[in-house]
Write a protein that binds this ligand. Sequence first.
Ligand SMILES: Nc1ncnc2c1ncn2[C@@H]1O[C@H](COP(=O)(O)OP(=O)(O)O)[C@@H](O)[C@H]1O
Ligand SMILES: [Mg+2]
Length: 369
Amino acid sequence: MISDHLYIGLMSGTSIDAVDAVAVTFNSNGIELIHSHSEPIPQDLKQQILDLCHPHKDSVQLLGETDHRLGRLYAKTSLSLLDKAQLKASQITAIGCHGQTIRHAAPSEGNIPFSLQIGDANILATETGIPVVADFRRKDMALGGQGAPLVPAFHHYAFADAKINRVIVNIGGISNISILPIDGACGGFDTGPGNVLMDLWSQTHLGTSYDHNGDWAASGETHQALLQQMKRCDFFSQSAPKSTGRELFNQHWLNSQLTRFSELAPQDIQATLLSLTADSISEAILELDIPVNEVYICGGGAYNNALMVKLSKQLPKVMTTEPLGIAPSLVEGCAFAWLAKQRLNHQCGNLAEVTGAKRQTILGAIYLP
Ligand SMILES: Nc1ncnc2c1ncn2[C@@H]1O[C@H](COP(=O)(O)OP(=O)(O)O)[C@@H](O)[C@H]1O
Ligand SMILES: [Mg+2]
């Protein structure tokens, strides 16, 4: 029976493909998925978000308008989910909404750190009639943390095992890992590009927003010299805590990497970008100081067959999160439903050992309808 512990989680990540929504309940057995809904982000809104991600194309007017449009899209997504699940707004305790990142400046020497997620939570709360928890990252950053990744604490709650060292890999636009050793600890960090570079190259050469199943990449050959050059990017050798985004891995980065390789066939470049994603994930996992027994993949990258095949060759026991009970595309939405629950229960959401914050803390601000 559905109790009063129902939450909605909303996620829209760096890929800017869709708003992924879940309705879940929490009980003594853990998290239970009730329903899900994915609402595509319209192309013109995606372009607005991309412009905001670009330091020379952003403006306060564009920021305000996009914040409003995203708030309305989040509300529409939540209402469609309620409709599909045949749930009433009054049954939902809260919506956890990540928001759309338009800039992430991780703390590093010489910069002023900040992370900006937009999508007006006031609109989301008033249009749905449901309290919203949003703005999850900035409290962690106020405490000196990266503000990212935030999903490891949820992965620990949902997927840790007392007998098996597990790693959860979330392959969205950017990829991050959560390390779940049997001793109950939890680590994690961003490993670098997930799908973002492959998506950019597919858009340029296929005119599609992504390479379906990785078929195009599979038709090409990895170019070793290009791969090695890309792997020399400083981010990969930095030690954790670390986080990244479109500020680094973007069209400009890709263009600069390709200047000496303009003669390569486009499908070989795609194969090489796939290898970069696979290698940076695999190497991060193989360099851990625990023997990893199982690797579970979530995020849209779990649907890229060529990427899954490559990861399976490089790592022990690779599978999607499906056998753990949550479809790969829904894990992040579940994480933000859980973070909303943590906020309402006055429990911590971040892990200081993951983000580098001074301490663990309660994350998120509450917006009432
Ligand atoms: N069938 C598929 N084949 C290949 N790639 C896919 C497939 N489905 C999703 N993806 C990839 O996953 C991305 C979306 O992943 P997602 O987890 O939503 O990332 P984000 O959190 O950054 O939005 C798409 O842009 C695409 O690159
Ligand atoms: Mg997405």
